[in-house]
Structure formats: C-alpha cells, structure tokens
Ligand binder design. Structure first.
Ligand code: GMT
Length: 385
C-alpha cells in the first residue's frame, strides 16, 4: 500500500509510535510518505520506501497566527494526489485529523478516494481536546474519519465519555522494537555515572505539567532518606524541568540527581537502570514505561489512565495513587532493597513487553485495519449517490 503518515515530528510518544510504525510498514514493503513540518526525529537514516514531505507555512503580514492546519491540508492533498496514496494515517487529533478530513473532502470533489485513519494518543482527548476552543472540531474530525484507533481501552472509553463521538473506535496498543530496546552491557557508562556502584532510578518524559516531575524529586528524596545508595537520572526536557531542578536544589539532593536533557540513546540509559519511575497525573498508554520494561527494568507508575492495562498482571512493578508520595516511595524502596524481587520483576517486565507489545504483532493489526478501511471506502465510493 501507499500510506501517508502525519504526526508531531518532535520528541513525544505519538511521534515515536508514528515513526516506528512507518519504518515497520516500510520494512514490510509498503511505501510510506511522512507529511510533517520537520523530519520526525527518529527518522534519521535513509530508508528505502520512506519519503518525507515537509509542510512549509507561508507567512503573511496579516497572519498573527499562520494557519498551519491549512498548509498541512494542502500538502496532504498534493501528496495524496501525486503519490497516489491508498490511505492517510494521522496521529494525534489536533489538528491532524481535521486537516486530513478536509484534504479527503477536497480530493473527493476530484473523484479521488483517500480514506483517513485517525489514531488518538492522549492529551488530544484527555486534556487539550476537551478545551472549548477545540472540542467541537475534535468531535467532528473523529466522527468524520473513516477509521479511528485509540492506544488503550481507557482512551477509547474517555473519547466516548468526553465527546459526542459515535464512530466505532478500535483499540490498537503501542508497541516496541524489543531488539533495540533490550538490556545492553553498559558497564563503562554505569561506572561513569555511579562510581560507587549506586543503584539507578530513571525517569523519562517531556516534562509537561501532566507528568508531575517534581513528584519524582520528592519520591527520590524519601528513597535517599532511607539510606539507599542511589542516583536519579531524568531524561527529556520541557516546561517543568526548571521546577524540578529547583526542587532538587531546595531539598539539597542535587548531587544525587542528573538531568540529562533530550537523549536519543534511551535504551542505553535504561540499560543501567534498576527502576523506572513515572508519577503522571494522566497517561493514556505509557510508552516510556513500556520501553523500560523491554529493557528489563521494573516500573513504579501512577495508577491512572492506560497504565493499569500495561502493568497490571505483569508482575513488572507497582501502581500507586496519583500524588501519593509516600506510596510511591515505599513501592520504590521495596523494589530497590530486595534483590530477589527485583530480579523476578525485571524478568517479568521483559517477558511481558516481548509477549504482548512486540512490533510484529501490533503492526499486523494496523495492516489488517487499513485493509478493512480501504475496502469499506472502495465500496462506499463506488456506490451511486
Ligand atoms: O497526548 C500527549 O501528551 C502526547 C503524546 C505524545 O506525543 O507524547 O503522549 C501520549 O501518547 C503516547 C503514545 O501513544 C502515550 O504513550 C502517552 O501515554 C500519551 N500521553 C498522555 O496521555 C499524557
């Protein structure tokens, strides 16, 4: 198939999933056309079957706010028409689903069929999408998509509860390349970071408010108070980073905490981790803990959103109530002090990721769904009005 993919190309789970999906589909022989405002950050090598079309936004003195969604729509029309796309798959509803639906309708007037699949990822539904300035458009765009997927049962239900959505939503969970995300021997790195062989707690996120990163610092302080030799590595960057840095200094624990910023070699960092910690206030799936689990790292995460679907029953870690610093701290300490429990959890984490979230199984689900949507569209397109 010839498939167009639109996503946010910057750091973030939805862009990662979209890019990895495109790469996996290309490896299966599909022709993939990424349409975005810059090259998706994990698309950093030349790959057969993968093309990139940059959306450039024309500036004009009248435009205080250049209408990116319209430039994106025009690029979608252009790529779909001249690359003869069979389907357009957009990740994150705002504004991608809206642009895609508009592009499809423009092409329909030219008797060109372009089925649109929208994948809902998280805050497009749980937070920003519910803002009055977006909600009616989000609802319309989801209902008007030819196919809709959500990354967890939680997100599917939330979409029905929060919006007037009638469209059927298929749950296709996120996935992971379990070869790339596997524990590697990184003794030198570990020695450089932890000269006294301290244990390592890792947090990875985009440091947005919803991630509650200052809570990670609070929890870590309590772990240190327990007398454990441990270091905290924080990977990523975003609006709450300076608050977290400030809090670490206020608590006097800055020497045990390292902010690594945005990093590509996440698997290498996870390879020296003893525990992954995520204190989010909302999380529709939790790609970051899945990456940790694939690297054999036990996880302690918020009992919220799609995280229970990922973690419950896996014996890979613990879920704690959002904001309950004491519960998080106790859970972390439990994992860090008991070597036998830790080894068991690490093993279970890896097994769970490989068994349920490997690329091959999940990409096949997307392929089957594309076929279904294209067939349905072909039938409706050829029906007389
Ligand atoms: O919705 C967002 O915050 C953006 C998105 C992203 O691009 O990082 O994150 C969401 O999508 C990821 C991939 O499906 C999920 O793993 C994250 O749980 C989800 N984030 C939230 O729900 C906060």
């Amino acid at each position: 198939m010839r498939i167009g993919i639109t996503c946010y190309p910057v750091y973030g789970g939805s862009g990662v999933v979209a890019t990895e999906l495109g790469r996996a589909l290309a490896a299966r022989g599909h022709e993939i056309h990424f349409i975005a405002y810059s090259l998706p950050f994990r698309l950093n090598e030349i790959t057969e079957n993968i093309y990139f079309h940059e959306v450039s936004v024309t500036r004009y003195p009248l435009f205080d706010f250049p209408p990116y969604a319209l430039s994106l729509t025009s690029k979608m029309v252009d790529v779909a028409k001249y690359e003869a796309l069979d389907l357009l798959h957009v990740h994150y509803a705002i504004p991608h689903a809206t642009s895609a639906v508009l592009a499809r309708d423009i092409l329909e007037k030219q008797s060109i069929s372009l089925p649109v699949v929208t994948t809902l990822h998280g805050t497009d539904i749980t937070i920003v999408g519910q803002d009055a300035s977006y909600a009616p458009v989000v609802t319309y765009s989801i209902n008007a998509s030819d196919g809709v997927t959500a990354v967890s049962d939680f997100l599917r239900q939330e979409t029905y509860d929060a919006f007037g959505v009638e469209a059927p939503i298929k749950v296709i969970p996120n996935f992971i390349d379990t070869e790339r995300f596997s524990r590697q021997d990184k003794k030198h790195f570990k020695k450089a970071i932890c000269p006294a062989d301290q244990k390592v707690v890792v947090h990875v996120s985009n440091f947005r408010r919803v991630k509650n990163v200052p809570h990670v610092i609070e929890v870590f302080k309590r772990i240190l108070q327990e007398g454990l030799a441990v270091r905290l590595l924080l990977v990523g960057d975003g609006p709450d980073r300076s608050n977290a840095e400030l809090r670490a200094r206020e608590l006097g624990i800055q020497d045990a905490v390292r902010f690594l910023g945005k990093q590509d070699p996440v698997a290498e960092i996870l390879s020296i981790a003893d525990l992954f910690l995520l204190t989010s206030g909302s999380e529709s799936f939790g790609l970051a803990p899945l990456e940790a689990m694939a690297c054999g790292v036990p996880v302690v995460c918020s009992d919220i959103g799609g995280l229970p679907e990922l973690i419950k029953g896996s014996e890979a870690g613990y879920l704690c109530p959002v904001g309950d610093i004491e519960a998080f701290s106790q859970a972390c300490i439990k994992v860090l002090v008991n070597d036998e429990l830790h080894a068991q959890m690490a093993k279970r984490a890896r097994e769970h990721a490989v068994r349920h979230y490997n690329t091959s199984a999940i990409v096949s689900q997307y392929e089957a769904y594309y076929e279904e949507i294209v067939q349905r569209k072909v039938r409706s397109f050829s029906l007389p009005e």
